[in-house]
Design a protein around this ligand. Structure first.
Ligand SMILES: [Ca+2]
Ligand SMILES: [Ca+2]
Length: 205
């Protein structure tokens, strides 16, 4: 039984790698404008705090990132762009549109673009009055993009300062899954075989 427990532990370690992509806050800031216009997504009110920051891969392993367009409320034509492959989510896309990329970069290369000359780059510069905020809860309760996400990122395109605003100007849900090496697949399959063996042995008793 102890062997079975350590095997399960080993397996759970090999499958919990998505936790290695984390949100790194650079500041805790105050919401100064009402969050609105994102169907099914309710966040904390004006006066509450959220963190602005970046998404970071802490292990250097390969991950598949999927970005889903959740909606926008902006006076500008904002864009979400995966600079690593040029793929973008646009305000004209239907809510629920998603785009993916596979990367092992420490800071995946993507940015939100505001009106002319304003960018918020993951792991890099946040121009003028823009920033990327982590929205809570990480859940959309209705509509085409309904679901739970590992992260929901809200872009603040303009509020006079990067640390003031609503973070609803372009909103994406992010999910991250590990991309195992072929030998990792083999190991996992072998592990499941052994677990199956122990399970059958116990059941047959
Ligand atoms: Ca704003
Ligand atoms: Ca807004």
């Amino acid at each position: 039984m102890r062997k079975l427990t350590s095997l399960l532990l080993l397996l759970s370690c090999s499958f919990s790698a998505s936790a290695a992509v984390v949100w790194v806050p650079t500041d805790a800031v105050t919401r100064t404008e009402t969050f609105n216009n994102i169907a099914g997504l309710t966040t904390e009110p004006v006066g509450s705090t959220l963190t602005i920051g970046d998404l970071k891969n802490t292990t250097g392993d390969l991950y598949k990132y999927t970005f889903t367009y959740l909606g926008q409320e902006s006076g500008f034509n904002n864009i979400f762009r995966l600079t690593v492959n040029g793929i973008a989510l646009l305000e004209s896309d239907p809510v629920g549109t998603f785009k993916s990329v596979v990367s092992s970069d420490q800071f995946l290369s993507f940015n939100f673009e505001g009106n002319t000359g304003k960018f918020a780059i993951n792991g890099g510069a946040k121009d003028q009055s823009t920033s990327i905020g982590l929205l809570e809860p990480k859940k959309v309760t209705s509509g085409a993009a309904a679901g739970t996400y590992a992260f929901i990122l809200g872009y603040n395109d303009s509020a006079g300062a990067a640390k003031l605003g609503d973070w609803d100007d372009f909103v994406v849900g992010v999910n991250v899954t590990p991309v195992p090496e072929p030998e990792a697949y083999g190991l996992a399959l072998a592990g499941m075989g052994v677990v199956g063996y122990f399970y059958r042995r116990r059941r047959d008793k």
